[in-house]
Design a protein around this ligand. Structure first.
Ligand code: HEM
Length: 414
């Protein structure tokens, strides 16, 4: 390789795009790569091959989530205070996941299709035939926000405020989304809050009020459902409820938004696919969405910590070492996917790891996100005969979420 390797830990690196050349180099020459952290962290092992990422995400006895799932090093007090479903191992994780999973199961999500379609139509109709607009702000940000609001039974007027809070958490490394940029200002006062952000406290407060209202008078939404004990009498305590609420606002919005945006970018470069959507079978439209998810891989990594020594591809990983599963590299592993850099709507099988895979931590919102993307692109294809870029795109400053945060379009309506 002629060029030096990109610093894959630096948030700034990703402003110019995912450094795919560096990941390709690592996959070929040093697939289990000791990675120094530019911000003074203690370093970690980067897993860049599909098989290794899959092995680590499945093998939760050795690759633990309890000590953190982001690169950031946290002391015991921080880890404990900020623990959500994501930072748990079995049996604690199994129990909580069982308590929250019903509204996100495939059967439940099937029942949301009409609501998603109504919202997608509402969002697209609100454009009122406008030819020039930013897709992220007016479409991709709106649909997941409205759908989450619907599922949680939250008033429409609160949604903008909530999503701004979610953005500040997930975008805690981008000055566009927060004044508390973690690697640029002193956030030590907030070290016990999710994402090291004071915004999490505002979300906790909001959640406490919403939950109290439902305790007094139950409604027909996910929050009321979470208050109900299960058939074996188990229920969530207050801390778990507030943490889960915050997790949904943070995990359910930006990820879906940026996957939609990445999906549209792929279609802009391949107009024949947009044209073909109305004639595709349901199965083909689902496959198209999965290829968008693989190609975009919005959640670029999650971290684990090894709890016992193990050898992997000639390297010894010691108990306590941080290990990062680079989903964004695994999804382009040429040993697993034929021509990974080519966008192939009918790729089959397409066992990508954009949601994690075969792991107890597999994205809880995967079915919902897939549904929202499919319905949105069906409705877009009905309305837009042509779409092209009308200016510069801008990317999120983050080594965690790969996202285009501004996508100016010129659209020709049917
Ligand atoms: C396209 C959109 C999305 C992407 C790319 C995505 C990606 C992911 C990934 C990679 C994981 C972790 C998997 C692992 O650790 O192995 C995850 C977990 C999770 N996601 Fe998503 N997600 C998306 C949408 C959503 C939505 C819409 C929701 C909820 C409304 C959601 C809620 C969660 C939760 C609660 C977890 C933690 C699950 C656990 O630890 O058991 N996600 N997501």
């Amino acid at each position: 390789m002629n060029q030096p390797l990109a610093d894959i830990t630096s948030h700034d690196t990703y402003v110019d795009g995912v450094p795919h050349e560096t990941f390709a180099y690592l996959r070929e020459h040093d697939p289990v790569h000791w990675t120094e952290e530019s911000d003074g962290g203690r370093g970690f092992w980067s897993l860049t091959k599909y098989d290794d990422v899959l092995m680590a995400s499945r093998n939760t006895d050795v690759f633990s989530s309890r000590l953190g799932i982001r690169l950031e090093d946290m002391d015991e007090e921080e880890t404990e205070a900020r623990r959500t479903l994501m930072e748990m191992d079995a049996p604690e994780h199994t129990r909580l996941r069982r308590l929250v999973s019903r509204p996100f199961a495939p059967k439940s999500v099937q029942g949301y299709e009409d609501a998603v379609r109504d919202l997608a139509i509402e969002v697209l109709d609100a454009l009122d035939g406008e030819r020039h607009f930013d897709f992220v702000r007016t479409v991709a940000r709106e649909l997941p926000m409205k759908m989450l609001g619907r599922l949680l039974g939250l008033p429409h007027d609160d949604l903008e405020w909530l999503v701004q809070r979610g953005d500040a958490l997930i975008g805690n490394t981008d000055p566009d989304f927060t004044d508390f940029v973690v690697d640029q200002v002193d956030t030590s006062a907030y070290r016990l809050l999710p994402f090291r952000s004071p915004v999490a406290a505002e979300l906790f407060e909001y959640a406490a009020i919403a939950l109290e209202e439902r305790r007094l008078s139950p409604t027909n939404d996910i929050l009321s459902a979470l208050l109900e004990p299960t058939s074996d009498g188990e229920s969530l305590d207050d801390k778990a409820l507030k943490n889960f609420f915050t997790l949904m606002v943070a995990a359910g919005n930006d990820t879906t938004r940026y996957s939609m945006t990445g999906g549209l970018l792929a279609l802009i470069e391949r107009p024949h696919i947009l044209e073909a959507i109305p004639t595709m079978s349901l199965e083909q439209r689902k496959m198209l969405v999965d290829e968008m998810l693989r190609y975009t891989t919005v959640t670029m990594h999650f971290r684990r910590t090894v709890v016992q020594d193990l050898d992997l591809r000639g390297k010894t990983l010691h108990a306590g070492d941080k290990v990062v599963m680079w989903f964004t590299s695994a999804n382009f592993d040429e040993e697993h996917f034929a021509q990974p850099f080519s966008f192939q709507p009918e790729r089959s099988p397409n066992d990508h790891v954009a949601f994690g895979l075969h792991s107890p931590h597999l994205c809880l919102g995967a079915h919902l996100a897939r549904l929202e993307m499919r319905v949105l692109f069906e409705e877009i294809a009905r309305r837009w005969s042509h779409v092209e870029l009308a200016g510069e795109t801008e990317r999120l400053r983050s080594n965690f979420i790969s996202g285009v945060k501004r996508l100016p379009l010129e659209v020709t309506w049917r």
